[in-house]
Design a protein around this ligand. Structure first.
Ligand SMILES: Nc1ncnc2c1ncn2[C@@H]1O[C@H](COP(=O)(O)OP(=O)(O)O)[C@@H](O)[C@H]1O
Ligand SMILES: [Mg+2]
Length: 331
């Protein structure tokens, strides 16, 4: 496998009179392999947009290295730009133009054959509405038009910053299936989001960013495995046996906590061992279930920020895990 996008030690500090000095990227690393849908996840303010804008040459970093398709950027951006499609700010379209007119205009401007307009309309599922004016479109349709515009030049790498922002659940579902189609066609896709549920389902791999640093990366399965403790829930036929059972399990070296009607057991290599230890003493296990850690738990644990909409802290933004939140910038 080869990396389509590689970032090493990226640094960016914003200085503004009003907001002072702010370290947005603090030695950030990221690797995206070819053919993947890569989730770029982090709370609001963690540095996602700054990273993507830097990669695209829209802002200048203060340190670090970046390559796209093996070429150093920003120096080689002119050579690779034709292979990168991106939507970083939400694009504005003429409301009185149809999707087809809009894309034809963009195709002409970019030297793209107009045949491609029909293809991308088909790809993003806008073919049937292609002649309607953009002002009659839902937000989801406008997003799809934006994606269509980024697809015109048939890029090898597609970068979308928060593509699901503001979409309703139906729109998000459509966006997800579109991304899956694009990945199936061999394109590499990078999607950023501060809301996990939106994109977790379609990502092959993820990078989690917090306060300008990478805090986890790899396949979704690996990130889960290396960041979740393997806790199992144990129920017994008789709730009154729980304290005695807890003692037995503690005796073989596990960590046990007694909950209302079950035990939580961690620190065992082979969870099934619990069954044997208890059965030998006549305690019958009625349930032995791994506690499903999902990406949301990991995200929360690593960034100190709830990853679901409505529940997230308006942080600027992630807090230091295991450290006081105060004074976290620039010290
Ligand atoms: N133009 C700017 N001037 C000053 N600070 C900025 C600017 N853009 C972003 N920041 C700050 O940099 C940090 C990272 O922001 P950003 O990259 O937009 O995060 P994200 O996209 O993950 O929400 C935040 O603390 C934000 O307030
Ligand atoms: Mg952003």
């Amino acid at each position: 496998m080869s990396a389509v996008l590689e970032i090493q030690g990226l640094e960016k500090t914003y200085r503004s009179r009003r907001r002072g000095v702010r370290k947005a990227l603090d030695g950030f690393d990221m690797v995206v392999e070819a053919g993947q849908v890569h989730g770029f996840l982090g709370p609001n303010g963690s540095g996602k947009t700054t990273t993507l804008r830097t990669v695209l040459g829209l802002i200048k970093p203060h340190g670090g290295r970046m390559t796209i398709l093996g070429r150093e950027v920003p120096a080689s951006l002119p050579e690779v730009a034709g292979q990168v499609g991106a939507i970083v700010e939400s694009p504005q379209f003429f409301p009185h133009f149809s999707a087809r007119d809009t894309l034809s205009l963009l195709a002409d401007a970019g030297g793209v054959d107009r045949i491609r307009v029909g293809e991308v309309l088909e790809l993003v599922g806008l073919r049937d509405r292609a002649k309607d004016r953009v002002k009659t479109y839902s937000l989801g349709m406008k997003q799809r038009l934006a994606v269509a515009s980024a697809l015109l030049k048939n890029p090898r790498l597609l970068i979308l910053d928060e593509p699901a922002n503001g979409l309703d659940p139906g729109g998000i579902r459509e966006m997800r299936s579109l991304m899956a189609d694009l990945a199936a066609s061999g394109m590499t896709v990078v999607l950023s989001s501060h809301i996990l549920g939106e994109i977790q389902l379609i990502c092959d791999s993820v990078t989690i960013i917090s306060r300008g640093r990478r805090v986890a990366h790899g396949s979704v399965a690996d990130v889960l495995a290396s960041n979740s403790s393997s806790t199992i829930r144990v129920r017994l036929e008789a709730v009154s046996d729980l304290p005695a059972a807890a003692q037995l399990i503690t005796g073989v070296g596990a960590h046990v906590s007694v909950e209302n009607d079950h035990l939580l057991v961690s620190g065992l290599d082979r969870p099934a061992f619990v069954t044997r230890v208890l059965a030998e003493r006549g305690y019958w296990v009625s349930e032995l279930a791994p506690m499903a850690a999902d990406l949301e738990d990991v995200f929360l644990q690593l960034t100190g920020t709830a990853p679901v909409e409505g529940a997230h802290r308006q942080v600027d933004q992630s807090v230091a895990v295991g450290a006081p939140a105060a004074g976290r910038w620039g010290q």
